[in-house]
Design a protein around this ligand. Sequence first.
Ligand SMILES: Cc1cc2nc3c(=O)[nH]c(=O)nc-3n(C[C@H](O)[C@H](O)[C@H](O)COP(=O)(O)OP(=O)(O)OC[C@H]3O[C@@H](n4cnc5c(N)ncnc54)[C@H](O)[C@@H]3O)c2cc1C
Length: 241
Amino acid sequence: MTNTANTTAIACNVNSVEALTPGISRVVLSPEQAAGYQAGQYLQLVLSADDKRPFSIASIASSKLLELHIGTPAGDTWSSAALTHIEQQFRAGLPVMAEIGLGQAQLRQDSKRPVILLAGGTGFSYVYAIAQALSAANASQPVFLYWGVRHEEALYYQTELQQWASQNKQFRFIPVVQQPGTAWQGRTGLVHEAVLADFVSLEAYDIYIAGPFAMAGVAREAFAEQGAHREHMFADAFAYI
Ligand SMILES: Cc1cc2nc3c(=O)[nH]c(=O)nc-3n(C[C@H](O)[C@H](O)[C@H](O)COP(=O)(O)OP(=O)(O)OC[C@H]3O[C@@H](n4cnc5c(N)ncnc54)[C@H](O)[C@@H]3O)c2cc1C
């Protein structure tokens, strides 16, 4: 289910497209008019009237620019068609059209409950926006950001997150690698299982989830069994599964 409050497509100039990893690109868009959205919402890139593709907005509204992280794994056509469209418009000096400010899984600004952010792969884009918004609001509650990837090379913002964690005692960053190389010394396995291992009860937490739909579904059920309240778990993936 989407928030339809702001679904008029806005023209956005493409400022840059750069590789974060061989399979993930960072796209920066500059909307031609004010784009209202909340941290944790997504936009739909309009490829045609019948073909609109959702991407989480990694930036927060105080930035005038929109940052996207687009994964194009081998064999994928869904995201790569969207990226190809953006690159073509960029090269031609033309804007892309986007419906901005969609979704129901945005940060609950008024909640003072401690926060768990669970990201699988490029689901990181969503939790990054929420972490930035909490930081910008000087939120005092503890924040635990879990980021699960298949290989450690996909932790493209690891250095920045480690820096945040070293500067803020309330912010913890826990990267979890599913298929680690021999040099990896951190957590391993599936990312939601790391959360289950770390918390005896999830009852007190607001939990924000983004990543593969299979992960979102498995995490929701496992977290509920470990005490999480369903009304305190947020993910736009829930509308799709
Ligand atoms: C509203 C919305 C917004 C979206 N935004 C974006 C976006 O900004 N960018 C984008 O590229 N795509 C986006 N998508 C598409 C989709 O969500 C992503 O393609 C997906 O999250 C990509 O995952 P990945 O391949 O990076 O993760 P993977 O590399 O497949 O997995 C990463 C980690 O997730 C966990 N995991 C994966 N599968 C399972 C499983 N079956 N069970 C348990 N844990 C598992 C593991 O810990 C794994 O290491 C969006 C979709 C919707 C509906």
